[in-house]
Design a binder for this molecule. Structure first.
Ligand code: TXA
Ligand code: MG
Length: 530
């Protein structure tokens, strides 16, 4: 199928679009929120084509778009009077209201539910197309299912060229995130999806509303979604996205410490600090963030980076919509770098006795994070396993379980293999370590101590306020290893020689602790004693 490109500024383009829609075709139309993929909402067959074109799951219902209030009553069981109050304030505009549907609404639109979602867009071209076609238009966002919603005609073409009859170019969408969805079918009404109309604006008209847990949280396995669209992977570029909470300094330190090439998705003026970056709006302006977030997510893949870290928006007002979309594009992966206790990175050569130092700090009220344990946990994460399989072969997993010995055998065979293994596992170890630091805070620890042999080889340094290395004379280390692990001197030397020299650790550390003797004490001025 050839997709016709129509420009709203050209004569007849709107007429042509309306004609296609009347005849049961699919047209992507501009709205003030995002581009919608429209079909005649009263024609089940036409609507069914939307699902095929987008690859949309069948159980995800569509929004019906109207141009005037009188079109609504035939579509619903009865018009809830609160609809008129909402319409008076916020229509036409980025608000969708759900009510009990009438029998006129085909099952393809409501996906088997007994309700229908209705919206009156404010975009002039959208309104004209609805008016001229003379039917209400069912329209989900005009992206391939799972991809970021389109806010430019070029985004639609990227995803759906050859799969739909036409696209009408109406320029960039002004709002940039999809409409707020509220249902009047529950008591009190429920906000199902945040958008350009804020919770406070809804409450000004409706009084108390509830916010669906799906706005903030991943649905649990088997849990029923109030709004089916909330359960699917969404808005995701090919790159893995992670939201970073905390101030810009922490963000910068974290991104710069990554060992692979990553993309920083940050606010206006911040990009210059990074090799690869996309800016989305200004830090204190949620409207500007909403306007550009989907375009930014699409741009990430053009940088060629497999990983993107996104500055976290303020999650109130319109910012709630931005945060909600980012959460989904990140599959709910959030790293919170806002710590209330000091974080110490503890490292050193084998046999120097860093565990001893760790134990002393633990006795003084610190919380120790054992990264060896986290390394084991990291390779239980299915996403990590998938990347390991890609690199080291699918047969490192047998009957669903990762064969850690086989992985080690293949990865440690060459320096490149070791490096690749670290690149895959260290970011996950770092994420887990951050979770541990927050656990330490919750338990009232004086500080979190991250015990990591490979501290400087991983992004872990970025979460540490201070780095500490423990050193001891070579002879003493040798004795300790032989005694501790029951191995020969020759084997112990092999292990020692596999590590960088003492100078490497010293030059990278803020604090150096000599651990040759027996009566070791550790005092830091940033940790209160007693
Ligand atoms: O701004 C927008 O709303 C855009 C433009 C094109 O109007 N449209 C849009 O549609 O975002 P879509 O399909 O991508 O998102 C519709 C959302 C989905 O999460 C869907 O599950 C929910 O609304 N929805 C639709 N009908 C529903 C119903 N009867 N009950 C609960 N949720 C419903
Ligand atoms: Mg959508």
């Amino acid at each position: 199928m050839k997709t016709h490109y129509l420009n709203e500024k050209e004569e007849n383009s709107i007429q042509t679009a309306a004609e296609i829609l009347k005849n049961g075709g699919l047209v992507a139309i501009p709205t003030e929120t995002v581009y919608g993929l429209a079909a005649n909402a009263l024609d089940g067959k036409a609507v069914a084509k939307i699902f095929t074109a987008k690859g949309r799951p069948q159980d995800n219902p569509l929004i019906v778009h109207v141009a005037s209030l009188d079109e609504i009553s035939p579509l619903v069981e009865s018009v809830d009077p609160r609809l008129y109050s909402l319409a008076e304030k916020y229509w036409p505009g980025p608000l969708t209201v759900i009510m009990k549907k009438s029998s006129l609404i085909p099952d393809e639109v409501s996906a088997g539910l007994d309700t229908v979602a209705i919206r009156m867009p404010s975009h002039e071209t959208a309104r004209k197309i609805i008016e001229i076609s003379g039917v209400p238009l069912a329209a989900p966002s005009a992206n391939a299912s799972g991809k970021p919603s389109p806010t430019k005609a070029s985004h639609v073409i990227q995803d759906l060229d050859g799969r739909i009859d036409a696209v009408v170019d109406g320029g960039e969408c002004s709002v940039g995130v999809e409409s707020t969805v509220v249902t009047l079918a529950t008591e009190p009404p429920t906000l199902l999806r945040p958008g350009g109309i804020t919770p406070a604006q809804l409450e000004a008209v409706l009084g108390e509303i509830q916010i669906s847990p799906a706005v903030f949280e991943k649905l649990k396995e088997g849990e029923k979604a109030e709004s089916p669209g909330m359960k699917y992977k969404h808005y995701a570029p090919a790159a893995q996205v992670t939201i970073i909470k905390g101030d810009f300094e922490s963000f910068k330190k974290f991104v710069v410490a990554q060992k692979e090439t990553v993309c920083a998705v940050c606010f206006k003026g911040e990009g210059k600090h990074f090799e690869n970056y996309i800016e989305y709006g200004s830090e204190n302006d949620a409207d500007s963030q909403a306007h550009s977030i989907f375009d930014a997510l699409r741009e990430v893949d053009k940088t060629g980076c497999n990983t993107a870290f996104v500055r976290c928006p303020v999650s109130s007002g319109v910012g709630l919509a931005v945060y909600n979309r980012l959460l989904r594009s990140a599959a709910f992966r959030v790293i919170d770098l806002d710590f209330s206790i000091p974080v110490i990175g503890l490292t050193g050569q084998t046999g120097a006795g860093k565990s001893t130092v760790g134990t002393i700090l633990k006795d003084k009220g610190c919380y120790t994070v054992d990264t060896d344990l986290l390394a084991r946990k990291a390779v239980e994460n299915p996403e990590v396993i998938a990347r390991l399989c890609e690199k080291f072969g699918d047969d490192i997993v047998s009957v669903g379980v990762l064969d850690r010995r086989e992985l080690a055998r293949r990865a440690f065979a060459t320096p490149e293999g070791t490096k690749a293994l670290n690149l895959i596992t260290h970011p996950e170890i770092t994420r887990l370590a951050v979770e541990e630091i927050h656990k330490a805070e919750a338990e009232g620890a004086k500080a979190a101590v991250i015990d990591a042999a490979l501290l400087f080889e991983s992004p872990l340094t970025a979460v540490c306020d201070k780095t500490v290395c423990v050193v001891a004379d070579e002879k003493i280390r040798l004795e300790r290893i032989v005694k501790r692990d029951g191995i020969s001197e020759a084997d112990a030397r092999l292990r020692m020689n596999a590590q960088p020299d003492e100078e490497y650790y010293k030059s990278k550390s803020d604090i150096i602790i000599n651990n040759n003797g027996e009566d070791l004490d550790v005092k830091f001025d940033f940790i209160q004693e007693g």
